[in-house]
Design a protein around this ligand. Structure first.
Ligand code: ATP
Ligand code: LTN
Length: 322
């Protein structure tokens, strides 16, 4: 089964990224899995060149530390494979302005930024290109990417109808728990690299004391009953969801074991610290060997190009190029 997914190297990785996406990537990885650090996507928001370069390597290290095995799957960097940008132009001439301007992420991010970049609008087309180039069947992502997957399917279907069968129609695959981890301070919105405050998100690289502090200070409610109920108790339900994401137990059965918020928070802090400990240690080890990381992504780009280029050429020919 061909699998593709990507993550932007902008801002440090948080447990929403881990539970919503990376944990599934690791679980389903195999010779047909392609995972990509999407540095071209990171250019849609303000980022210093040096920071982008540094974070791209950080992300490669974090993904390996989380359990991706370069001997099993293909891990690479988007800008190293030219077909992504090339395919994106072709698909910009298939996607419509209307469908792109209706995207929730575009509306949110463009309203926060004066003089926002055109890339913010065309972002889902580049994402569709990423996915379609690999004849992808399944895309493991968090809930916030569902809408982008729908547009990908529409663009692919429109292309196939207009120019002949060219693309496989992919589908999103969401994890059973942790598909939408919320901000610890504002549980009405998702934990986000670019929007959440430091207290609102737990980073993969946070020290144990910081993790404990953030969980302790997480916003809950005052009625005191431990119950899984997103409507009435979004803050507490988020903590139960995180617990479930790390332990595999259902949020309801976790809730049944606790009478007090404080006890739940203490145990959750221990669970998160323990779950992230091995990842953090491995990350620091890998980060000390930048040449080793370069070698991994360089091989990854070669493997990715070999799959993506023929698909790009097929699409270009179908449209009348060459
Ligand atoms: P930003 O909010 O700044 O756009 P992000 O935190 O959403 O960034 P991405 O690189 O865009 O991070 O996302 C990488 C993967 O992590 C995607 O599959 C996305 O669905 C998933 N993801 C991101 N945030 C969450 C979250 N809060 N809960 C679950 N999954 C998430
Ligand atoms: N838009 C995604 C990142 C992304 C992606 C992809 C995810 C870019 N290309 C292809 C899955 C498949 C996000 O998480 N913000």
């Amino acid at each position: 089964m061909r699998v593709f997914s990507g993550i932007q190297p902008s801002g440090a990785m948080h447990i929403g990224n881990y539970l919503g996406a990376i944990k599934q990537w690791v679980k389903v990885q195999g010779p047909e899995s392609f995972y990509c650090v999407v540095d071209l996507h990171a250019l849609t928001l303000q980022i210093e060149p040096g920071e982008l370069r540094e974070q791209t390597t950080d992300y490669v290290a974090s993904l390996l530390a989380s359990g991706l095995d370069p001997d099993v799957c293909t891990l690479f960097v988007q800008s190293h494979v030219a077909s992504h940008a090339q395919m994106s132009w072709l698909l910009e001439c298939v996607a419509t302005y209307g469908e792109l301007s209706r995207m929730t992420q575009f509306k949110e991010k463009s309203s926060r930024q004066e003089g926002h970049r055109v890339g913010l609008l065309t972002y889902p087309v580049l994402m569709a290109s990423d996915i379609l180039l690999y004849e992808t069947a399944e895309v493991p992502v968090g809930d916030d990417q569902r809408q982008h997957l729908e547009v990908t399917r529409e663009i692919a279907t429109r292309f196939n109808n207009r120019y002949g069968e060219t693309f496989v129609i992919p589908k999103a695959v969401l994890p059973p728990s942790g598909a939408r981890v919320m901000d610890l301070q504002e549980p009405s919105r998702k934990m986000s690299k670019s929007v959440s405050s430091p207290l609102g998100k737990i980073l993969l690289t946070d020290e144990p004391a910081e993790i404990e502090k953030k969980i302790k200070k997480a916003v809950t409610d005052t009625d005191g009953e431990v119950r899984f109920d997103w409507e009435q108790k979004p803050g507490l339900s988020n903590l139960l969801e995180i617990y479930s994401g790390f332990s595999g137990e259902s949020p309801e059965s976790i809730a049944a074991r606790y009478e007090r918020y404080g006890d739940l928070k203490s145990d959750l802090a221990i669970l998160v610290v323990e779950s992230l400990r091995a990842i953090t240690e491995r990350y620091h080890e890998l980060r000390r060997d930048p040449a080793g990381l370069d070698a991994i992504v360089s091989l990854g780009s070669q493997k990715a190009s070999a799959v993506a280029e023929p698909v790009y050429l097929r699409a270009a020919k179908a449209m009348g190029l060459f």
